[in-house]
Ligand binder design. Sequence first.
Ligand code: ZN
Length: 179
Amino acid sequence: MYYTSGKFFERWIDMNDLLSAERKTEIAQQARKLLIEHNEATLPIDPFSLAGKLGLEVRYGEMLGNSIGELKGSTIIIDERLKNDSPLSRCVLMHEIAHHQLQHGNANKNNAHTKAEIEANFFAIEALMPEPFVRKALEIYNSQKRETVFDSLEEYIMYMFNVTERKARQRLMGFNYAA
Ligand SMILES: [Zn+2]
């Protein structure tokens, strides 16, 4: 599941602590391996192409409640209202691919569910913004070449990786970047 609202992702930093350093490394490696194996390690990462290679059917449909993405077997449904929002569609799709790759079973409302959501979010960040590319992006940004074009590092990351502002921010938090 990928939710539009609620406090869930607002509490990202605290939640992020629920994953051990070991588990984070494991997930990051799994995400990177997936991109390399499927020859999808060029920017911007294309989750639609990746889903196809994994045999996952992606379609837009009407969603209920706060959820804007769902994995059902080998089908991923994205809220039809996101059709015109590429960064959000991409993030939602990668999040659902993550549930598939991490073999999270049917989500239910308990601790395992919460953990699964955090893991999927973490995986999606690693897959859409792989560490080597982020390091390179930071280098370029810090060399001030882009200073006149982008207002902030967040904006630059959003542009480079075609992701939402929230995901860009979460990625930068992971890098302990102090603005
Ligand atoms: Zn989810």
